[in-house]
Design a binder for this molecule. Structure first.
Ligand code: FRU
Length: 482
C-alpha cells in the first residue's frame, strides 16, 4: 500500500481508504483498499472498495459525505458518501498517458461503490494532474477541490455546486521547496484557528526533495477567500516548512467531516519513502500508516507553525501502571533507565528535561539487538534534534535507505525546557518534541525482541545538568486486528 485516501468520518466510523495493490507487495494495479475504525486505534479490514477499472488505475483522492445530496447520488433521504479520485491511464501505442478526475458513490456506509456514469468529471488532457481533495466551503456554499499539476509544481483550485460540474478558480505555486526535479502530489487545504483567528493550511507533499531526502510533506500557511490561497506574510522567504522532518512521512492528508463537537483536524501519513519503499524488508505485507495525529497552529516568534500530537485515543493502548522516574539528576535518570530491562517492542515514552543549555547536548539511545542503537540527539547549541538510524538494524536492503541515516529537525529550547514523546513499534519510531512543534518519523529494522533505553552525554560541564524532570515509559498493547 501507499497513500492514505478518502479519509472521512461518517456515522461513528473513521474510514481509511488507501492506495493498494491487491496482487502483490510492490506498487501496481492501484486500487482503493478500505479499513474502518470507531476509535482511530483499532482497525477492521473491509473488502476492496474501488478496484482498478480495466486499464484505469484508481489513484489517490478524497471522500466526502454529501449531506445536502447536491450530487443526487443519495437514496431514501440519506446522504451518499462520494469518493473523488484520479483515474490514471498509462500510455499505449494508440493513446497518451492521462490523469483525470472521477467520482464513485456509496449508499451503504462505504461498503459498496458505484462509478458515476458521467466520469470523468474533470479532464484537461494532462498526464500529471492528480490527487483531488474536496471539502464543503460554508462561506461560499459550494464544494472546493484542490489538486496538483504535479510536474508544474502547482496546486489548482476548482469549485462545484454538485461534485459533478467543476469550474477552475485559481492556482498556487511553485513555492517553498520547488527545486527540479521535484513533483508535487497529494495536496490538502483546511482551516485552523489560532488565537481566535482562522488561518488556512495548504499541505503539498513533494517527491523527491523532502527534508530527509526523497519524499516529504511540506505546508504553507495563509488565507483562503473562497477562490484563492494567499501565503501569510510570515511564511519564510527561503526554503520550506515541513510537517515531519523524518524520512518516512508522505502523502499525508487530513480526515474530512470530523464532527464540529470534536473539532480536531486529524492527519495521517504513509510511513515510507519512494526512495526505497519497494524493498523495505517486511513480509508478507509492505508499508504502514503513521499514527493519526491531531494538528494545531501556533503563533511563534518565527511565524505561524503547525504542531501535532498523536490522537489521545492511542493512550488506550497503554498498559497500567507505567514505569515512572520521578525526577532527579541526569546521572540518576541514566541509572534508573539502565534498570528498566527487557522492555517490549511497543512503547510510548515521555521525557522532560530542565536546565538544558547550549553546553549540554545529550542523547537518548533506543537499543535493540546486539549493537543496534537508534540515537535521538538533542543539540541545543545548533537548535537541532537529530535522529540517527545508522546502527538501528537492517539497512542494507537499499542504498538509499542506508544513505538516509541522520535526520534533523529544528527545535527551539525556551527556558531550558525540552520535552519529547516517542512511539516505538516493531519497525518504526515516531518522535514528537517540544509539544509537537517538531516531528520526526523513521522506519527502523532492529532485531525482534527486547528493547532498552539509555541516556548519554559527552562534554557536560556539570553532570547534574540538565535535570530530568520526569520519564514515563508506557508499555503498549498491540492494536493489530486479531
Ligand atoms: C503519491 C502518489 C500519488 C498518486 C499515487 C499513485 O505517493 O504518487 O500522486 O495518486 O501515489 O499510487
Amino acid at each position: 500500500m501507499n497513500d492514505p485516501n478518502g479519509m472521512v468520518y461518517h456515522e461513528g466510523e473513521y474510514h481509511l481508504f488507501y492506495q493498494y495493490n491487491p496482487f502483490g507487495d510492490k506498487w501496481g494495479h492501484m486500487s482503493w483498499g478500505h479499513a474502518v475504525s470507531s476509535d482511530l486505534v483499532h482497525w477492521e479490514h473491509l473488502p476492496l472498495a474501488l478496484p482498478e477499472e480495466g486499464e484505469i488505475m484508481i489513484y489517490s483522492g478524497s471522500a466526502v459525505v454529501d449531506f445536502a445530496n447536491t450530487s443526487g447520488f443519495g437514496r431514501e433521504g440519506l446522504p451518499p458518501m462520494v469518493a473523488i479520485y484520479t483515474g490514471h491511464s498509462e500510455e499505449t501505442k494508440q493513446t497518451k498517458r492521462v490523469e483525470d478526475q472521477r467520482l464513485a458513490y456509496s449508499n451503504d456506509r462505504g461498503r459498496t461503490w458505484t462509478q458515476y456514469s458521467g466520469n470523468p468529471v474533470i479532464d484537461i488532457g494532462s498526464p500529471d494532474f492528480r490527487d483531488p481533495k474536496v471539502f464543503w466551503h460554508e462561506a461560499t456554499g459550494r464544494w472546493i477541490m484542490v489538486l496538483v499539476l504535479a510536474q508544474e509544481k502547482k496546486v489548482r483550485l476548482y469549485a462545484s455546486p454538485d461534485l459533478k460540474n467543476w469550474t477552475q478558480l485559481s492556482e498556487f505555486g511553485p513555492a517553498g521547496a520547488s527545486r527540479d526535479p521535484i513533483i508535487w502530489e497529494c495536496p490538502d487545504l483546511f482551516p485552523l484557528e489560532v488565537d481566535g483567528e482562522t488561518k488556512w493550511v495548504l499541505i503539498v507533499n513533494i517527491n523527491p526533495g523532502g527534508p530527509a531526502g526523497g519524499s516529504g510533506c511540506q505546508y504553507f500557511v495563509g488565507d483562503f477567500d473562497g477562490t484563492r490561497f494567499a501565503l501569510d506574510p510570515s511564511y519564510p522567504a527561503e526554503g520550506a516548512l515541513w510537517v515531519d522532518y523524518g524520512s518516512d512521512f508522505y502523502a499525508a492528508v487530513t480526515w474530512s467531516n470530523v464532527p464540529k463537537s470534536d473539532g480536531r483536524r486529524i492527519v495521517l501519513g504513509w510511513m515510507s519513502n519512494w526512495d526505497y519503499t519497494q524493498d523495505v524488508p517486511t513480509a508478507p505485507w509492505r508499508s504502514a500508516m503513521t499514527v493519526p495525529r491531531s494538528l494545531t497552529l501556533a503563533r511563534t516568534s518565527e511565524g505561524l507553525r503547525l504542531a501535532q500530537r498523536p490522537v489521545d485515543e492511542l493512550t488506550k493502548l497503554r498498559e497500567a501502571p507505567p514505569l515512572a522516574f520521578p525526577g532527579g539528576s541526569f546521572v540518576e535518570a541514566a541509572k534508573w533507565l539502565s534498570e528498566q530491562k527487557n522492555l517490549p517492542e511497543l512503547l510510548d515514552v515521555e521525557m522532560t528535561f530542565l536546565g538544558v543549555s547550549e553546553e549540554t547536548p545529550f542523547v537518548i539511545n533506543i537499543r535493540a539487538g546486539v549493537g543496534e542503537v537508534t540515537a535521538i540527539a538533542v543539540v541545543p547549541a545548533s537548535g537541532k534534534l537529530i535522529m540517527d538510524r545508522t546502527h538501528s538494524g537492517l539497512n542494507g536492503f537499499h542504498v538509499a535507505f542506508a544513505a538516509s541515516a541522520r535526520h534533523e529537525a529544528p527545535v527551539e529550547i525556551a527556558n531550558g525546557k525540552f520535552t519529547v514523546r516517542f512511539l516505538l513499534d516493531t519497525s518504526s519510531l515516531e518522535l514528537f518534541a517540544q509539544d509537537g512543534r517538531a516531528a520526526l518519523t523513521d522506519l527502523i529494522f532492529p532485531a525482534p525482541g527486547e528493547r532498552s533505553i539509555s541516556l548519554s552525554s559527552e562534554g557536560l560541564k556539570a553532570l547534574s545538568v540538565p535535570k530530568v524532570d520526569r520519564i514515563t515509559i508506557h508499555k503498549l498493547k498491540s492494536a493489530a486486528p486479531k
